[in-house]
Design a protein around this ligand. Structure first.
Ligand SMILES: NC(=O)c1ccc[n+]([C@@H]2O[C@H](COP(=O)([O-])OP(=O)(O)OC[C@H]3O[C@@H](n4cnc5c(N)ncnc54)[C@H](OP(=O)(O)O)[C@@H]3O)[C@@H](O)[C@H]2O)c1
Length: 235
């Protein structure tokens, strides 16, 4: 039995992580930004191996409070999953992250939630990871952050995920001798509120694949960028 902490566990991919780990009898610490969580999380949290904790990834004081609340508790796996895509030009005609129309407040917000918050989570909960057995820190990134495979648009989102890739790869080097393993994982194009109804991959399939990659993650692979099916993604 492991203890797995998942941010953004309210819905989408994060909720699916909580469901799958809990049904394997692992202990899940499900982080939500407020207590207005979905009915599905309410139902599954009745199982006594899911504990809901509140923290807003854009409010670092709430992450400090979380750190205090979890003090001394071993955590085997942290999954930095909470994320925001920002304005969608294609789906909604919202150009606020398109060239010529960039809204810099939007960009800063994406950096806060997608880049700074995962780093802050690691800084705040590193003692818990040191106490855990698995010692794994997973960050859900996106293949659209790959510079070698770049295409136009959504520059703020891409930049925020590219930056989180860099800082987690850097921490992987810094903490390798402590046995702490990091991975940047792309879930694929998944049918969630972010991915939209046309996305071909279900959260169930994506998260089963991601869990397999997480289970097999070795210290030699630490800091690398993988797709949910285990393929390597170029930076
Ligand atoms: N879906 C895809 O196709 C796809 C592809 C590549 C990468 N990803 C990545 O996968 C991760 C999960 O995405 P998803 O598809 O499950 O998205 P989603 O359905 O939009 O869910 C996002 C989750 O993040 C939480 N969140 C957002 N802002 C937060 C904040 N300030 N504090 C705490 N929680 C916050 C949301 O909570 P609320 O319910 O409170 O808003 C929700 O639980 C993200 O990092 C995303 O970038 C997704």
């Amino acid at each position: 039995m492991r203890t797995v902490l998942v941010t953004g566990a309210n819905r989408g991919i994060g909720l699916e992580f909580a469901k799958q780990y809990a049904s394997d009898e692992d202990q899940v610490i499900a982080i939500c930004r407020n207590d207005d969580y979905t009915d599905e999380l309410k139902i599954i949290s009745k199982k006594n191996n899911i504990r809901i904790k509140l923290a807003d990834m854009s409010d670092f004081k709430s992450i400090d409070i979380l750190q205090n609340e979890l003090s001394g508790i071993p955590i085997d796996i942290i999954i930095n999953n909470a994320g925001v895509f920002g304005p969608k030009a294609q789906a909604d005609g919202d150009l606020r992250q398109s060239f010529g129309h960039m809204n810099y407040d939007v960009w800063r917000k994406l950096m806060d939630i997608n880049t700074l918050a995962p780093y802050k989570i690691v800084e705040s909960l590193i003692e818990n990871i040191r106490l855990g057995k698995d010692k794994k820190v997973i960050t859900i990134s996106s293949s659209i952050a790959s510079i070698e495979d770049v295409s136009p648009g959504v520059n703020a989102y891409r930049a925020s995920k590219c930056a989180v890739n860099m800082v987690m790869a850097s921490l992987a080097m810094e903490l390798k001798d402590q046995g702490i393993k990091f991975a940047l994982l792309c879930p694929g194009w998944v049918n969630t509120r972010m991915g939209g109804g046309k996305a071909p991959i279900t959260p169930e399939v994506s998260v089963s694949g991601l869990r397999n990659v997480i289970d097999n993650l070795s210290i030699e692979q630490s800091g690398k960028f993988y797709r949910y099916n285990g393929e390597s993604i170029p930076w």
